[in-house]
Design a protein around this ligand. Structure first.
Ligand code: SAM
Length: 317
């Protein structure tokens, strides 16, 4: 579907749960989320119905996210059923990786082609700090499990945080030489609950170019990242700059939250509920919401926080 600004909307990010086994400081509150009533959340059948309706309108790429999608008991079934929907050509999962040792193979067998694993630091102490409870070794085991399971692509997502991990840019980038991995550096977005972070934490992705002058620009792959490569590396380095240089003009995404709210823009409070609708109702609501997708997400920086009205774990990133 083409929206009012000529953007071809092909990409749905489906959050399957708000719950997570970690508590990343920029993503969710320390005490987790207030568990919503079961009947407020989309059922597996409703999720699949929504993906079918979205596919009928031109969605070809599906990303499963959360919360932590791998804490969802029926995650393999959701992926398997979504992969069989006509029109869906690619299913990706974004995860913190800690449950991949058990789930990488079942997800690959269910039809997931790519996984993105969030990893902001290679230091066990800092990992515990930023996730408020996680063990780095579990995430690292998950990365190895993903590499062994034979996904078409394994990417690491690192949120750049000034004064926290900017000193680790070279070490994170170096992983692309040692492993067949891509690394994406993502600018920290000022969400509702990311008040731990002052202005100094919001650093632009261009810092990566300053730290790694040997990076060579490579052709874009159709995504929102500006791509580079270290000489001799197996994987690419991508810079994703939603704050310093927004890519709204090329945004081809819509998001569906675990409680059934369709968000045409990550940083807008506009939401369209699909909960309780049948296939035709969902298709019509998705169509309407695409036609209401705003041209851009508005100013976003330490002083202008996201107007999403939710933290990232309740949207899906
Ligand atoms: N639990 C999964 C994970 O850790 O990847 C999936 C959900 S998480 C919300 C999806 C992505 O959003 C992660 O890569 C995370 O780092 C990113 N994210 C969350 N809050 C963010 C923020 N304030 N700014 C930038 N990225 C953020």
């Amino acid at each position: 579907m083409i929206d009012r600004y000529g953007r071809d909307i092909r990409y749905l990010r489906l959050s399957v749960t708000e719950l997570c086994n970690l508590r990343c400081r920029y993503c969710m509150p320390a005490d987790g989320v207030c568990k919503k009533a079961h009947d407020e959340m989309l059922t597996e059948d409703e999720m699949i119905c929504a993906v079918r309706a979205a596919a009928s309108l031109g969605i070809t790429k599906l990303r499963i996210t959360g919360g932590e999608p791998l804490v969802k008991k029926n995650i393999a079934s959701i992926c398997r059923r979504a992969a069989q929907i006509p029109g869906i050509r690619e299913i990706c999962v974004t995860t913190n990786g800690t449950l991949l040792p058990e789930l990488a193979k079942p997800l690959r067998e269910a039809g997931v082609s790519r996984v993105n694993i969030s990893l902001d630091t290679l230091d066990a102490e800092k990992f515990r700090y930023i996730t408020r409870r996680g063990e780095l070794s579990q995430a690292v085991d998950g990365i190895h499990a993903a590499l062994d399971a034979g996904f078409e692509k394994v990417k690491l997502n690192a949120v750049l945080i000034g004064g926290f991990n900017d000193d680790e840019i070279p070490a994170l980038a170096e992983l692309t030489r040692r492993y067949p991995l891509d690394v994406r550096f993502i600018e920290l977005m000022p969400m509702v609950d990311s008040r731990d972070f002052g202005p100094e934490a919001f650093i632009p992705c261009t810092v990566v170019l300053d730290k790694l002058p040997e990076l060579q620009a490579v052709e874009p792959d159709g995504g929102v990242a500006k791509l580079y490569r270290l000489p001799g590396a197996q994987g690419s380095i991508g810079l994703i700059s939603p704050v310093s240089s927004h890519f709204c003009r090329d945004c081809n995404r819509i998001r569906l939250t675990a409680d059934g709210k369709l968000k045409p823009c990550l940083h807008s409070g506009d939401e369209y509920s699909l909960k309780g609708l049948d296939y035709d109702g969902m298709a019509e609501k998705i169509r309407q919401s695409i036609l209401c997708k705003p041209s851009w997400h508005g100013a976003l920086d330490a002083a202008n926080r996201s107007r999403a009205g939710r933290d990232m774990n309740q949207i899906g990133g």
